[in-house]
Design a protein around this ligand. Structure first.
Ligand code: SAM
Length: 227
């Protein structure tokens, strides 16, 4: 079974205590999720929103609080995550795609806002570049792409020190070391983070302008770009 196929199974398992695990294991998780509404322009009123790697719906929940009338499309490879979203958003008319990104059909000039919370670091660099191009094509003119993730490559000179700081953060909640061991197994098998400067170039190459990182702390980055 390919790594990609395993992602769905991994997140089916991870879905059980997902939000509490993310808060305890991902530095700045709450700040980064809040960024999806905090930094959008005041007058921005998206009608159609695409959430790539929706997980259990934390990003869409935030967006819904500000844009209750928008039409949402949620994509995720994990059937358990999609099921959690179906329950959470049962009173809303959402579209769901239980698909890998490379199986999802990005319709052209369709969305006003495309969001990706902690999901694109699962893609290898060529897939990230291709995703930026597909996202650009799927946005309407004036549309916004917003994305948060860990943005440091594993061969970056600062990467070992980042891992040390991350470990200290996790061990504040889980001091026995088992959780950190699990995170590192997941990180090795499924996470392919990329430096911010490289991603910025690819996002620019895809056609985006006004690329900004209003939240950026210790390689945990929230970015916004405009079509
Ligand atoms: C770390 S979770 C993030 C969930 C949510 N966006 C958040 O910010 O809390 C990553 C999600 O992306 C999904 N995912 C990862 N790679 C994917 C891919 N290639 N295609 C579709 N979904 C993917 C996983 O199944 C998982 O639910």
């Amino acid at each position: 079974m390919s790594t990609e196929k395993n992602i769905a199974l991994e997140f089916n398992e991870f879905s059980k205590n997902y939000t509490s695990d993310m808060i305890a294991c991902v530095p700045c998780y709450a700040d980064l999720i809040s960024s999806f509404i905090k930094y959008l322009p005041d007058n921005f009123q998206p009608e159609r929103i695409l959430d790539l790697g929706c997980g259990n719906g934390n990003v869409t929940s935030r967006l819904l609080s500000r844009f209750p009338e928008a039409k949402y499309t949620l994509v995720d490879a994990s059937s358990e995550m999609i099921e959690l979203c179906r329950k959470l958003f049962r009173d809303h008319d959402m579209s769901y795609a239980n698909r890998y990104f490379n199986e999802f059909e990005f319709e052209r000039d369709t969305y006003d806002l495309v969001v990706a919370g902690f999901s694109l670091h699962h893609c290898e660099d060529p897939e990230k570049r291709s995703m930026f191009r597909k996202i650009y094509s799927s946005l309407k003119r004036g549309g916004i792409f917003s994305y948060c993730d860990l943005m440091i490559s594993k061969d970056h000179p600062e990467h070992p020190a980042l891992l040390e700081r991350w470990k200290e953060f996790v061990e504040r909640t889980f001091p026995d070391g088992e959780k950190w061991e699990w995170i590192m197994e997941h990180y090795e098998a499924f996470d392919r983070p990329t430096n911010y400067p490289a991603q910025k170039e690819w996002i620019k190459d895809a056609g985006f302008s006004n690329i900004q990182t209003p939240f950026n702390k210790d390689f945990w980055v929230y970015l916004q770009a405009m079509k």
